[in-house]
Design a protein around this ligand. Structure first.
Ligand SMILES: [Zn+2]
Length: 224
């Protein structure tokens, strides 16, 4: 059995979440998005979760070492035996080094870092057009997936708003952080021969089938 130990990279709005969901369904892989797994650890009140909560309650960033421990803990769980999908970690080279060590220590290795690329202007267009319903968080897009009635959720009739995260000025800030901190990772993974690039301007179906093809090739190479 070939493991699929995958890291997803790319700017916000490039479609990582969509692709992660599909890969999760295809291969039955657990999907670890940093924010979610920290929240889960806190809810489970595990020792690491309690430690993380102290930082979160103070409004401080959870230190890299701790995030990496939480992730390593998940990687050790039976659900991740055949692989995992990481999103949102690593975000910096320091974190990538930490992850590499943790994976190595387990006698495992990363299969690939999947980079889904999209230009800044496209990211801003995609994210700033998003509207979310206040009641249940149903998501629409003014341009690509508008509600039947302007400003109203089709499913529950509640009001649609633009989340702070999707406001153009916030999106620009997130992109700045991405370019500054995360982009150096692309080269880092490229140097290790792990980087695979995908064009996030293509449709989600096309991106998905390209990722599938790439993973199939990697699996074949691993068997040789
Ligand atoms: Zn709704």
């Amino acid at each position: 059995m070939t493991e699929r130990n995958l890291v997803l990279l790319g700017p916000p709005g490039a479609g990582k979440g969509t692709q992660a969901q599909r890969l999760k369904d295809d291969f039955d892989l657990p999907y670890y998005a940093t924010g979610n797994i920290l929240r889960e650890a806190v809810e489970e009140e595990s020792e690491l979760g309690r430690e993380a909560k102290e930082y979160m309650d103070r409004g401080d960033l959870v230190p890299d070492e701790l995030i990496c421990k939480v992730i390593a803990d998940r990687i050790d769980s039976p659900e991740a035996e055949d692989g995992f999908l990481l999103d949102g970690f690593p975000r910096t080279i320091g974190q990538a080094e930490m992850l590499e060590t943790a994976v190595d220590e387990r006698g495992r290795s990363l299969t690939a870092a999947l980079l889904i690329e999209a230009p800044d202007e496209e990211v801003i267009r995609r994210l700033s057009g998003r509207r979310t319903c206040v009641k249940a968080g149903h998501v629409y897009h003014l341009e690509f997936d508008p509600p039947k009635n302007e400003g109203v959720c089709d499913q529950d009739g509640s009001r649609l708003v633009q989340r702070d995260d999707d406001k153009p000025e916030t999106v620009r800030k997130r992109l700045d952080v991405y370019h500054e901190q995360t982009e150096p990772l692309i080269e880092w993974y490229e140097d290790r021969g792990l980087l695979r690039r995908f064009d996030g301007m293509r449709t989600p179906d096309e991106v998905h089938s390209r990722i599938r093809a790439t993973l199939a090739t990697l699996a074949l190479e691993a068997e040789i």
